[in-house]
Each structure stands twice: as structure tokens, then as C-alpha cells.
Design a protein around this ligand. Structure first.
Ligand SMILES: [Zn+2]
Ligand SMILES: [Zn+2]
Length: 301
């Protein structure tokens, strides 16, 4: 199971009652943060999921509305007593910016490992999530992310009984271990069912739509995507500023065969995100506009 909280939903600048766009992901007890604009620590604190368990922060790009909250968040994590390492992922240039922000957050009780990515890499996130990323198109290096949680095949007890395996050995096989019993080598495949579909989400923000992003989000259960503009006449602005209309985000969801789309990163001039939702639904019906603090749970079928 994966819980995702949209901590904020605003692009460019925080507004009274609307924080900057970021997502906190919980998988088991482990947390991963996606983007960290100014003030992100405040909705995070209100949520009550704690700070100590955050093992990774994935940054889309180095604009202030996605990174300026980092010093405060690092202090909160330190205050919560974390001593284990924290991984920060981001595009080329992340080291330089994080080093600069660290000048006002130098003394931390945990090491920080920075990983600069170009897009196309695969890596592990806390809680057993398998992550991948792709380059976004935003004028400066920018990454879109995807995370998958695999599901173990079903344990088939009748097969284990037919092999005369004691119940005490079952969970080891279920967790993928090959073992020897009564001189026989028993593999997990002998007692497990066929592969089962996992769950996945993609986080795409601050970009024009591209084929690469359609592929990154292929068949995801949830696409979290920017919706900087909601009106068709804003297309020239969206092009000039390398952002998207709500209908363009919906186009990615449709092309990728996503199960659901949640819109976020609304321009400060969008006072009512339901217009973006309405526009997007003309392209992709299973669209919702996020609101600050919205929690979405993805569960296995
Ligand atoms: Zn932004
Ligand atoms: Zn940006």
C-alpha cells in the first residue's frame, strides 16, 4: 500500500491557504518527499506523519518553488532525531544548490547523499519502492519521477502441502528464499502463484508534454501532474513558460493509459481549481483537482 499526501498545490509562490506543490509518500513506515518549496514543513507538520522516517527527497528542478523549503525541512528532520543517511535526488545542478542552501543548515545529525540524475536512471526509494526518472522540458534541467511497488506472488499452500513442507518454512519461501528440506532443494517458484500486478505512481511537474513523459507514466495507477494553466487561451503562455494546460496534463494521462490523474501546481491566478478539473475531464475523465492535504491511498487489487 502507498499513501500519498499532496502537501501543497500552488505553483510559483505560496498563497494564504495554499502551500507550494509537493507530495509526501508513505510506504510502510518509510517516507519520501517529492519537491520542497518554501514552507513545506508546515503542511507536513499538520499531517502528522512525522519527519524522522523520511529517507529520500526527490527534487524535480532547482526553481525556488521546488527547493527553497529545504533548510527548514532538514532542521525538522534533525529535530525529530534522525541519524540515518538521507538521500537527495535531483537533476544536474542539485549539488550546487543544496550546498548553497546547506550554508544555513550546516549542522545536521545525519549524512546527506546527493545523487544527480540525467533521466533514465533507476534507483531504490525507502519502503521498497523502485524509482525511475525521465527528463522533463522546462528550460533548465528538470526530472519527472515514477515509483513502483512490486507485489509478491500469492503463496499456494496446497503446493507446499503436496511437497510435505512444514509450515515453519513457508514464509521463507514466500519471501523468495530457496531452501533445502529432507535433502531436497525447494525453490519459491514451486509454491508461489503467477506474477501479480504491483502499484505505481508518477510525479510530473514543470514541463511541456512529451512522448518521454507518456512512457514514464505508462499504466500507472496514479499520475500526479502539474496544471499551471486552466484556459485554452493560455497555451502561448504555457509554451513560453514551459508549463502545461490542464488539458495537456490530461493528454499525458490518456496517452499513458493511467488509471487516474490528480492535478496540482496551479498558477496563483487560478482561484478555483475545479475549472482545471472540468477542462481536463474533457480529455481524461478520471481527473481530480488536488487540494492541500489531500491523501490518496493506492492499494493492491
Ligand atoms: Zn514550479
Ligand atoms: Zn519551474
Amino acid at each position: 500500500m502507498i499513501d500519498i499526501c499532496l502537501l501543497g498545490t500552488c505553483g510559483m509562490m505560496p498563497l494564504p491557504g495554499r502551500w507550494l506543490s509537493s507530495a509526501l509518500v508513505r510506504c510502510g513506515p518509510a517516507l519520501t518527499l517529492f519537491d520542497c518549496g518554501e514552507g513545506t514543513q508546515i503542511p507536513w507538520k499538520s499531517l502528522g506523519w512525522g519527519f524522522r522516517q523520511v529517507g529520500a527527497i526527490c527534487l524535480s528542478h532547482m526553481h525556488a518553488d521546488h527547493v527553497a523549503g529545504l533548510p527548514g525541512v532538514l532542521f525538522m528532520i534533525a529535530h525529530a532525531g534522525r541519524t540515518e543517511p538521507l538521500d537527495i535526488y535531483g537533476p544536474v545542478g542539485t549539488q550546487y544548490v543544496v550546498d548553497g542552501l546547506r550554508r544555513i543548515a550546516a549542522e545536521l545529525p545525519f549524512p546527506i547523499h546527493i545523487h544527480e540524475l540525467k533521466g533514465g536512471e533507476q534507483f531504490e526509494l525507502p519502503g521498497g519502492l523502485q524509482a525511475s526518472c525521465a527528463p522533463a522540458t522546462h528550460g533548465i534541467p528538470c526530472l519527472a519521477y515514477r515509483a513502483d511497488l512490486a507485489r509478491r506472488p500469492e503463496f499456494q499452500a496446497e503446493k507446499a502441502r503436496a511437497l510435505d513442507l512444514p509450515v515453519q518454512l513457508w514464509s521463507r519461501l514466500q519471501h523468495g528464499e530457496t531452501l533445502t528440506h529432507d535433502g531436497r532443494r525447494i525453490t519459491p517458484a514451486q509454491v508461489l502463484g503467477p506474477p501479480r500486478r504491483g502499484i505505481s505512481f508518477a510525479y510530473i511537474t514543470d514541463t511541456r508534454p512529451t512522448e518521454v513523459l507518456n512512457e514514464l507514466a505508462r499504466d500507472v495507477d496514479l499520475l500526479i501532474c502539474e496544471s499551471m494553466y486552466d484556459q485554452a487561451e493560455d497555451l502561448p503562455l504555457a509554451r513560453a513558460n514551459a508549463h502545461m494546460l490542464a488539458t495537456e496534463s490530461a493528454g499525458i494521462a490518456k496517452a499513458a493509459n493511467a488509471q487516474a490523474l490528480v492535478l496540482t501546481h496551479f498558477s496563483p491566478k487560478i482561484s478555483n481549481p475545479s475549472f482545471a478539473e472540468k477542462a481536463a475531464r474533457t480529455v481524461f475523465a478520471k481527473t481530480r483537482a488536488a487540494h492541500d492535504g489531500m491523501v490518496i491511498t493506492l492499494d493492491f487489487d
